[in-house]
Design a protein around this ligand. Structure first.
Ligand SMILES: Cc1ncc(C[n+]2csc(CCOP(=O)(O)OP(=O)(O)O)c2C)c(N)n1
Length: 626
C-alpha cells in the first residue's frame, strides 16, 4: 500500500518512478470508494489521476503553480496535497469542497468551478511572475470541453501575442459533459487521429514495442525524435500558428512518459507551450468508462454495479421542461432549443431526439448561446435557452445588450435557481433575480411546482411580446405531471394559497412549500398566517400582494436567492409606506457566499426551513408588539 504513506507532496516525491502506477491504482480505488457514497465528479477525476501524479512528481509545487480549469477533476490533487484523510468528507456539509479552495490548501491556486478561466489566470500569473523577476513555472490544465469557452479563446489570443513562459496542458478526453461538440473539437480529434505525423509515430511506436527487451529508454528516445521532427508535419499547427509551441499527442495514462515530457518542457524557458495529453474519462472504473456522461457528476451509486442509488421516481424539473418543450415543439415548428454543453443536466436530450434539426448544443458558451438565440428570435423563431442560473451569470451583458434592449422574445429557462447543495459557492444560483430583475422589457416568473412550471413553458411558447425568464430549482418534482397544459397562467398575478390575519408569508418558487409548512407550525402556536405564492417576479402583482398585506398585521417574504436585489426587497420598495412598515423581514441569503452542503442543511443554516422560519416570525412578531 503506497497511498497510506502519502501525507504530502514530498512523500510522493520520495517514491520510485516504477511505483507510481500502483499509487495511481490505489488513488482511483479510493476516489471510487468515496464518491460512491458522497457523490461527485467521478469520471473527470478518474481520467486525470496519472496526469496529476506526474504533475506533482515533476513540478516544484506549490512554488510552481498548477491552475485547474473548472476544478471538478481535482480529487487526486487533493489526495496528494495533504488532504488524503479529509477526502472522505468531500462535498459534505462542513467537509472539504469538491472544487479547489484557497482556504483549504496552498496547492489550490484559485477558487474555481466555472469553466474556461485557467488560461487567463495562468497568463496573469506568468506576467506577474515576470514583472516581479521570479522564476517558477505556471501550468494551466484545461479540458477539451473547457477550451471551447469564449474566455479560453480570448486568453489564447493574448498568450500567443505576449509570449511569456507558460505551460498549458490540454487534457483531451473528447468529452465535455457529453461528447464534445463543435469545430474545435473536430480539429482536436484530427490532431489525434488524422495527421501524417501521428500515423508515422504510431506505426513506429508499435514496431518498437514489439521488439523484445526494449525499455522505456528507446521508446522515449524515438518519441523525442518525433517531437523534434514534428515542426514539418505537426498535428498542432493551429496552436503553432497562434504562437504556442505544440507537443503531443501524449498518452495521459503513461506516467513514465508524462514525467519525461514534463521534465523536458520545464527546461524550455521561453514562450507558451501546449502539451496535448490524451486521457480516458472514467479511466479505471468500467461503468464510468462505458458511460462517462452519466458519471460526470453523479449522486450515490452502488460501487459494484455503478447503478445510481437514491433519487425519487418523479422527474426532475429539468426533465419536465425538456419533455414539455419536446412535446410542444412537434406542433410548433418555430420552437428551437439551445443548451451550452448541458443537454443532460437541462433535460433537453429528449428534444434533441425528437427535433434534432432544431436542437443546438453550442458548447460551453453561455454568452454565445444568448446572442445566437437573440438573432433567431429576431428572425421569428422561438428560442428556448436552458442554462443553469450560476452559468447564466456569464451572459448578463448579452441578456441586456442583445436581448433586452431590442426586446427580443428569447425564452430563458433558468435551471438550478437557488442553492444547489454539494457543489457549493461557485454553483449556487442565488444571483439571477438581482441580476435580471432590473433589465427593462424582461418578464420574470418563478413557478412553485411542476404543474406551474409546465404551464409556464406553454405560456412562454405563446408569449411573443419580449424576453421571458422562468426560474426553477434543482431536483425532483413532488409528483409526476403530464406534458399537456392544464390552464393558461396569468402574468403579473400572485396566488393566495392560505388565508390568515396575523402575518402573511409571501413566498417565491420552491419556498412556497416551506411557507405552507411554516403556516401550519404557526397555527399550532396560535398565529394565523396567510401564504401567498408570489409567482411573478416581474411584473409584480402589487394590487394582489397589497390586498393581502393590508389585511394582515405583518408580513415576511421568502426566496431561494440573495436578499439584496431580490424579490422581497422589490415588493417592500414598491408598496405604500403604511404597508411597508408591516414588513418583519425579507428572508433569503445574506451578503456572503454560501458554502456546500445538502440543500436542507443550507436552509437550516440560514433560517430558511419551516421550523427556523416559524421561530423567526414568532420572535419578530413579539418584538413588533412591544
Ligand atoms: C461556464 C460553465 N458552464 C458550464 C459548466 C458545467 N461543466 C462543468 S464540467 C463541464 C465539462 C468540461 O469539459 P472538459 O473541460 O473537457 O473536462 P472533462 O470533464 O471532460 O474532464 C461543464 C460543461 C461550467 N462548469 N462552467
Amino acid at each position: 500500500m503506497f497511498l497510506e504513506k502519502i501525507n504530502s507532496v514530498s512523500d510522493l516525491k520520495k517514491m520510485a518512478p516504477d511505483e507510481l502506477g500502483d499509487l495511481a491504482r490505489e488513488i482511483r480505488n479510493y476516489i471510487i470508494d468515496v464518491i460512491s457514497v458522497n457523490g461527485g465528479h467521478l469520471a473527470s477525476s478518474l481520467g486525470v489521476v496519472d496526469l496529476t501524479i506526474a504533475l506533482h512528481y515533476t513540478m516544484d509545487t506549490p512554488r510552481d503553480r498548477i491552475i485547474w480549469d473548472v476544478g471538478h477533476q481535482t480529487y487526486a490533487h487533493k489526495i496528494l496535497t495533504g488532504r488524503r484523510k479529509d477526502f472522505a468528507t468531500v462535498r459534505k456539509h462542513g467537509g472539504i469542497s469538491g472544487f479547489p479552495k484557497r482556504k483549504e490548501s496552498v496547492y489550490d491556486t484559485y477558487d474555481v468551478g466555472h469553466s474556461s478561466t485557467s488560461l487567463s489566470l495562468a497568463l496573469g500569473e506568468a506576467v506577474a511572475r515576470d514583472l516581479a523577476g521570479k522564476k517558477h513555472k505556471v501550468v494551466a490544465v484545461i479540458g477539451d470541453g473547457s477550451l471551447t469557452g469564449g474566455m479560453a479563446m480570448e486568453a489564447l489570443n493574448q498568450i500567443g501575442h505576449i509570449d511569456n513562459d507558460l505551460i498549458i496542458i490540454l487534457n483531451d478526453n473528447e468529452h465535455s459533459i457529453s461528447k464534445n461538440v463543435g469545430a474545435l473539437s473536430r480539429l482536436l480529434t484530427k490532431m489525434i487521429t488524422g495527421s501524417l505525423y501521428n500515423r508515422l509515430r504510431r506505426r513506429s511506436m508499435a514496431i518498437i514495442k514489439k521488439i523484445p527487451v526494449v525499455g522505456m529508454g528507446l521508446y522515449t528516445f524515438i518519441y523525442r525524435f518525433f517531437m523534434n521532427f514534428k515542426g514539418m508535419i505537426t498535428p498542432g499547427q493551429f496552436f503553432e500558428d497562434l504562437g504556442i509551441r505544440y507537443f503531443g499527442p501524449v498518452d495521459g495514462h503513461n506516467i513514465g512518459l508524462l514525467n519525461e515530457v514534463l521534465h523536458g518542457i520545464k527546461e524550455i524557458e521561453s514562450g507558451p507551450k501546449i502539451i496535448h495529453v490524451i486521457t480516458q474519462k472514467g479511466r479505471g472504473y468500467v461503468p464510468a468508462e462505458r458511460d462517462p456522461a452519466r458519471f460526470h457528476g453523479i449522486g450515490r451509486f452502488d460501487r459494484a454495479t455503478g447503478v445510481a442509488l437514491g433519487g425519487g421516481s418523479n422527474p426532475s424539473y429539468s426533465e419536465i421542461v425538456g419533455r414539455t418543450l419536446a412535446h410542444i415543439a412537434r406542433k410548433d415548428r418555430r420552437i428551437v432549443a439551445v443548451t451550452a454543453a448541458m443537454k443532460l443536466g437541462t433535460g433537453l436530450f429528449e428534444f434533441e431526439k425528437k427535433s434534432p434539426d432544431r436542437f443546438f448544443d453550442v458548447g460551453i458558451a453561455e454568452q454565445h448561446a444568448i446572442t445566437f438565440s437573440a438573432a433567431m428570435a429576431s428572425a421569428g423563431f422561438k428560442p428556448f435557452v436552458s442554462i443553469y442560473s450560476t452559468f447564466l451569470q456569464r451572459a448578463v451583458d448579452q441578456l441586456i445588450h442583445d436581448v433586452g434592449i431590442m426586446n427580443l422574445p428569447v425564452r430563458l429557462c433558468i435551471d438550478r435557481a437557488g442553492v444547489v447543495g454539494d457543489d457549493g459557492e461557485t454553483h449556487h444560483g442565488v444571483f439571477d433575480i438581482a441580476l435580471l430583475r432590473n433589465v427593462p422589457n424582461f418578464v420574470f416568473i418563478a413557478p412553485s411546482n411542476a404543474t406551474e412550471l409546465r404551464d409556464a413553458i406553454y405560456f412562454a411558447a405563446g408569449y411573443d411580446r419580449g424576453p421571458i425568464a422562468i426560474r426553477y430549482p434543482r431536483g425532483g418534482a413532488r409528483s409526476p405531471v403530464a406534458v399537456e397544459e392544464s390552464g393558461p397562467i396569468e402574468l403579473g398575478r400572485s396566488k393566495p394559497l392560505v388565508k390568515g390575519s396575523d402575518v402573511a408569508i409571501l413566498a417565491l418558487g420552491d419556498m412556497v412549500d416551506i411557507a405552507l409548512r411554516c403556516s401550519e407550525l404557526l397555527a399550532v402556536k396560535g398565529v394565523s398566517a396567510a401564504v401567498v405564492n408570489i409567482f411573478s417576479i416581474k411584473p409584480l402583482d402589487l394590487a394582489g400582494l397589497g390586498r393581502i398585506i393590508s389585511r394582515t398585521r405583518a408580513f415576511v417574504t421568502i426566496e431561494n436567492a440573495m436578499v439584496s436585489g431580490g424579490v422581497g426587497e422589490s415588493i417592500v420598495a414598491a408598496i405604500p409606506a403604511r404597508n411597508r412598515e408591516k414588513c418583519l423581514f425579507n428572508a433569503g441569503f445574506p451578503d456572503e457566499f454560501v458554502a456546500h452542503g445538502r440543500v436542507d442543511e443550507l436552509f437550516r443554516d440560514y433560517g430558511l426551513d419551516a421550523a427556523a422560519l416559524c421561530d423567526r416570525i414568532l420572535k419578530a412578531l413579539k418584538k413588533s408588539a412591544k
